[in-house]
Design a binder for this molecule. Structure first.
Ligand code: F6R
Length: 600
């Protein structure tokens, strides 16, 4: 959600900044802009729309070796050129980019800036105007910057240029991710290492309430009150090929196709030297000491959490509650005596989940983050981390992170069950390998999903997905995929629940996808299909080998009953993908969305 880049060095900054923004664009794509500094002062270019629009607007003749850039997902103020970052102070001396939300911006405006004409509707402009105000009052820029930061409430990652001092980038971070990258005769700043991987793989993480004075040859990190901090850099373990589309038309298709490999990699990563599945012993101890697990997550990760509950309860006999993070923090249920909180998050930066982590930490409860992003905020701040090893997920719609979450949750539940001496009936390693093969088979038959998308969703106004037991959870995830990238109103339902109201929405031709992978309820769900067919629905039954009947749309290769979500979600991802293509939607960057939701 919003991306920041900055460069200070010897090379021309423009191309590095614009390329960096292109890498970050999946995080926000309402508008984009850069500010370039040289001996003449600052030049700001910003455009509504995509980074490609910015690229066309940039004057490529300007020479500058210092600059900052931003790609935006609007929070305060509509997406237009005026509200795009960088924001400038009235005299144009300062230019600033910001991720996050300043909660007290109206109050600050009233108290300090009543005589300043604001140009935009954003909370961000207040920051840059405050810096100018304080410098006009006699403070040096760094002091004014620090003083401004001390007044801000909320979240921020900030990079700022001063036209009178273009050999410095002023940087600050609180609750929004930001990193400093180190090079030879240059340094960079970015909200995600992948933006600047083009120039360096050496990064220093920043912590909340830290300030950085970044120069070509020096990085000075300090606390808000000026205490200098030394921190060792780390090597970003990202491969350029991980963040490029290669020959794929879309990241989403690439990521869907990577899923069998991801499951295999997870098996490998969670194996000990004897080939047995294992997890960090501290996590195991934390699980075994808890009387109840609380899974906290949002969106797709929440859907994976529902499956995780099934695994912990059915495989390991551990009671679990699953909660939507944005609800939990503000409406906390009665907790058990010894809860353990498990945060599931692809990005590790979701603000809704983080606010829960902050609250439960304050209450003294232990936590584990299951994430795809090592070094992310939720990973750093939880007591323990388990990684998904899915590789960077760039498409806004989550696919491979979901299958990775399901696979890792299965492993954690399985290892915990063994540790607790439960009778475990599944050979998980073997069954995960079978599931990986099933995923591959499904991906290889994507032409069938394309055909189904054409037949059922190319022109539909709405769609329903139904399932029972684990299939119900997959139908929630499948419906989310359909909604977010093809904009069809799609709802996932427990098959038996539809008749309690929602069946009123079934009309002649309404597409209903029914998942039939659970033997114990296969007759029940087929009964539910008959109910909707009797009311005119156009059914597409996706069943599992062994449970198929004549007339089913698609038969999934057989996988273990506990792992059916790994197979059943694949056709729904592919059907959504092709439906979006048929409807002319921007698959990787759906409207109104952004990857990594860093505001509450
Ligand atoms: C949907 C999707 C979102 C995320 C949600 C949580 O495809 O990607 O629903 O799952 O925003 O994000 P993370 O997992 O990063 O916490």
């Amino acid at each position: 959600m919003c991306g920041i880049v900055g460069y200070i060095g010897e090379l021309d900054a423009k191309e590095i900044l614009v390329k960096g923004l292109e890498k970050l664009e999946y995080r926000g794509y309402d508008s984009a802009g850069i500010a370039l500094g040289n001996e003449v002062g600052l030049t700001v270019v910003k455009e509504k729309g995509r980074v490609a629009d910015l690229r066309s607007a940039v004057d490529w003749t300007i020479h500058s070796t210092t600059g900052i850039g931003h790609t935006r997902w609007a929070t305060h103020g509509v997406p237009n050129q005026t509200n795009a970052h960088p924001h400038q102070s009235t005299s144009n001396r300062f230019s600033l980019v910001h991720n996050g939300v300043i909660e007290n911006y109206q109050q600050l405006q009233k108290e300090h800036l009543h005589d300043v004409q604001m140009n935009s509707d954003t909370d961000t402009e207040v920051i840059v105007q405050l810096v100018e105000k304080f410098t006009k009052g006699g403070m040096k820029t760094e002091i004014a910057f620090r003083h401004t930061l001390s007044l801000l409430q909320g979240s921020y990652a900030i990079a700022m240029l001063d036209a009178d001092e273009t050999d410095v980038i002023f940087i600050a971070k609180n609750k929004s991710p930001l990193l400093v990258g180190i090079g030879e005769h240059f340094n960079v700043v970015a909200s995600d290492a992948m933006a600047m991987l083009q120039v360096t793989d050496q990064y220093v993480e920043l912590h909340d309430k830290e300030v950085v004075i970044l120069r070509k040859e020096a990085i000075e990190i300090s606390t808000l009150d000026g205490v200098i901090i030394e921190r060792t850099p780390y090597t970003a373990e990202l491969d350029m090929s991980d963040i490029e589309k290669g020959t794929y038309p879309h990241f989403m298709l690439k990521e869907i196709e990577e899923q069998s490999g991801v499951v295999r990699k997870i098996i490998q990563k969670y194996e000990d030297e004897h080939g047995e599945l294992t997890i960090d012993t501290d996590v195991l101890t934390a699980i075994n000491e808890a009387d109840r697990l609380y899974i906290i997550a949002a969106g797709t990760s929440y859907h994976a959490g529902l499956i995780g509950k099934h695994y912990f309860e059915k495989i390991a006999g551990i009671p679990v509650e699953v909660h939507i993070s944005s609800e939990f923090g503000y409406n906390m249920p009665l907790l058990s005596d010894k809860p353990l909180f498990i945060f599931i998050t692809q990005s590790g930066e979701t603000a809704d989940s983080r606010q829960v982590l902050v609250k439960i930490k304050a209450l003294g409860y232990p936590s584990v983050t299951i994430t795809n992003s090592p070094g992310s905020t939720l990973s750093r701040e939880a007591d323990h981390t388990l990684l998904l090893h899915a590789g960077p997920e760039i498409a806004v719609a989550s696919t491979k992170a979901y299958t990775a979450q399901v696979a890792v949750l299965a492993i954690v539940a399985y290892v915990a069950a063994k540790e607790r001496g439960e009778t475990v009936v599944i050979d998980l390693k073997r069954e995960l390998a079978i599931a990986a093969n099933a995923i591959q088979t499904l991906v290889d038959s994507k032409a069938e999903m394309k055909q189904i998308a054409h037949e059922f969703l190319a022109v539909s106004r709405n769609a329903f997905l139904i399932g029972r037991n684990l299939d119900y959870y997959v139908s929630l995830e499948g419906a989310l995929k359909v909604k977010e990238i093809s904009y069809i109103q799609a709802e996932g339902f427990a098959g038996g629940e539809l008749k309690h109201g929602t069946i009123a929405l079934i009309e002649e031709g309404t597409p209903v996808f029914a998942l039939v992978t659970q033997k114990t309820v296969s007759l029940n769900i087929r009964g539910n299909v008959k109910e909707v067919v009797a009311r005119g629905a156009n059914p597409c039954i996706i069943s599992m080998e062994g449970l198929e009947e004549e007339g089913d749309c698609l038969v999934l290769p057989k996988v273990h009953a506990l792992l059916t979500p790994l197979a059943a979600v694949i056709p729904m991802q592919l059907i959504s993908y092709y439906a979006a293509l048929y409807r002319g939607c921007d698959v990787d960057k759906p409207r109104n969305l952004a990857k990594s939701v860093t505001v509450e």
